[in-house]
Ligand binder design. Structure first.
Ligand code: PGA
Ligand code: ZN
Length: 411
């Protein structure tokens, strides 16, 4: 058993230049694991907090005063780490201590046992690569004025035979999107959002047309080579008081019924394989309607489910969501996130492991995606912190035990 012999934590900066916490866990006095806490810009109302009272300094203080509680624990045993975290923090939202320590522990255990993290988290075959869900054009909380209200238009290279081909296809479409934008807007500055997707001066409908055209210009057939998806992150433009979806940048509003129609229409028009948070985070019934009417599309909850086992149970009762986003920092610890993955599997809900818009160069995400049998991996597109995860997938091709790409159609 790799026993924890030391802990070190410090404040560092994330990909947005915001302060965050980084933790080193040492096992058996020589194996060092590291994890850094990411953070979101469009945050679900019910998700765990990135830092206690939103202060990385406070998180650091709590960690330093409680270091001894972790010494001697089995770094591989997520439940032990979870119990120790919970002995310090029993708040629902992990508002006293964050969960990066749980990832740093497993990282260090994987080094001590000379075993890749994905095998440690899931000790048996089959292993498959999730399809990279590339953020190729975006707006919302990840980009500035003039960009679309919807947060992300995503590319999924469903026809790719291997991970290298899948990544190449996404990068090709991303590059072509830039050319299409440029042809329409001579003043385009090549601006990009937080995750590397282009951030053009375009409304939602124009953005979708641009992306669709770019895929076709690349010679890809939509629905067999490449499919598109959308993360609406619709809670960010839902107004509870007036009960409308306020597309402020486009200057239009939609009622709940109109929003559901719009989503259904987009799925049909663009043969979308994936939609995320198409209606606000509390509208389980609306999500259920979209799920029921679009069996070929993975209707996914992110802000709605917040990697929370109780929330996904509730979604399953409503038959809402055929897909679920898994973000470890939404759950609060790796143990919570793995339980969530099990609950999704038990209910036939497909998993999509996801980064946050504020990230580090950690590449644990790729291992978690494989270990949870995720169908897709949401890791943005460009920028060192995004490519770090994508390149890790390429490194993992060196393990013969991974049997190709995930099967998108099966559960
Ligand atoms: P966030 O965005 O990290 O800013 O929450 C990612 C997402 O909504 O999927
Ligand atoms: Zn989302």
């Amino acid at each position: 058993m790799p026993s924890i012999t030391g802990l070190k934590s410090r404040i560092v900066f994330d990909s947005r230049g915001a302060k965050t916490i980084e933790i080193d866990v040492t096992t058996d006095k020589k194996f060092s694991g590291r994890a850094c806490a990411p953070s979101g810009a469009s945050v679900g109302k019910h998700e765990a907090q990135s830092f206690p009272r939103n202060s990385p300094e406070k998180a650091l203080e709590v960690l330093k005063t409680n270091e001894t509680r972790f010494i001697g624990l089995d770094a591989e045993n997520q439940k032990e780490i979870f119990d120790a975290l919970r002995s310090i923090d029993d708040t629902e939202m992990y508002s006293v201590i964050g969960g990066a320590l749980s990832l740093a522990s497993v990282d260090s255990a994987s080094k001590a046992l000379a075993m890749p993290m994905f095998m440690l988290l899931k000790p048996h075959k089959p292993y498959r690569f999730p399809f990279p869900l590339g953020n190729i054009l975006g707006g919302g909380a990840h980009a500035g004025p003039g960009t679309p209200d919807i947060q992300e238009i995503l590319a999924c290279p469903i026809g790719a035979r291997n991970i290298s081909e899948a990544l190449e296809m996404n990068f090709r479409v991303h590059k072509e999107v830039r050319s299409v934008i440029q042809a329409k807007d001579k003043d385009f500055t090549y601006g990009r959002g937080d995750e590397g997707g282009w951030a053009p001066n375009a409304n939602n409908d124009q953005a979708l047309e641009i992306t669709d055209l770019a895929v076709k210009n690349c010679g890809f057939t939509i629905g067999s080579d490449m499919s598109l998806g959308i993360d609406f992150a619709s809670s960010s433009f839902w107004e509870e008081k007036t009960r409308i979806y306020n597309y402020k940048r486009q200057g239009i509003t939609r009622t709940r019924e109109k929003q559901i129609d719009y989503v259904n229409q987009l799925i049909k028009n663009y043969k979308l394989i994936y939609v995320e948070d198409p209606v606000n985070e509390e509208d389980f019934e609306g999500t259920a309607r979209i799920t029921k009417d679009n069996t070929n599309c993975i209707v996914t909850g992110d802000d709605m489910l917040v990697t929370n086992t109780m929330r996904v149970k509730r979604a399953a009762q409503h038959n809402a969501c055929s897909g679920a986003i898994l973000k470890v920092n939404q759950a609060g610890s790796l143990y919570d996130a793995m339980n969530f993955a099990q609950e999704c599997a038990a209910n036939g809900i497909k998993l999509i492991t996801s980064h946050r818009s504020g990230e580090s160069i950690d590449s644990h995400l790729s291992h978690i995606g494989i270990a949870t049998d995720s169908k897709m991996l949401k890791a943005g597109i460009l920028g060192g912190e995004r490519v770090a995860k994508l390149n890790e997938l390429l490194r993992l091709t060196e393990y013969d035990l991974i049997d190709g790409m995930a099967e998108l159609s099966s559960n």
